[in-house]
Design a protein around this ligand. Structure first.
Ligand code: THU
Length: 133
């Protein structure tokens, strides 16, 4: 998929968003090393905290289908600012793809290209944990 197609896929996914509380729709398109793409949208909840972001929806779909080799994600928000992944999503993406390229889009599809290393420096990962053996 081209960079433009990935961005258009993320923008189209905004239409699937379930966001009756924030009215802020987000779509994501997550590309893997083999070229497969997994999509997501935000899914809100009346209890608020169970809300899941578009990025984590896409990650859950990818991992549950056996894909963890992420190379690029496009994130499209419905506001005037380029939609960057929230802190929780940054940490979830970091688990699988510390070198991930992130295309942050605003409602007009304008792009801010970043990397996960830009957004989550000095990140916590499995290397901090004791060897389980
Ligand atoms: N949201 C995302 O889906 N991804 C982000 O990166 C930022 C925030 C969602 C969560 C919630 O449904 C709405 O946007 C407002 O925070």
């Amino acid at each position: 998929m081209t960079r433009l197609e990935l961005k258009e896929t993320a923008m189209a996914m905004r239409e699937r968003a379930y966001c009756p509380y924030s009215h802020f729709s987000v779509g994501a398109a997550l590309e893997c090393a083999d070229g497969s793409v997994f999509t997501g949208c935000n899914i809100e909840n009346a209890a608020f905290s169970p809300t899941i972001c578009a990025e984590r929806t896409a990650v859950a779909k990818a991992v549950s289908e056996g894909h963890t080799d992420f190379v690029r994600i496009a994130v499209a928000g419905s506001g005037p600012d380029h939609c960057v992944p929230c802190g929780v999503c940054r940490q979830v993406l970091q688990e699988f793809a510390p070198d991930l390229e992130i295309l942050c889009l605003n409602s007009r599809g304008e792009e801010l290209a970043l990397t996960l290393r830009d957004l989550l420096p000095h990140s916590f990962d499995a290397a901090f944990l004791p060897d389980p053996t």
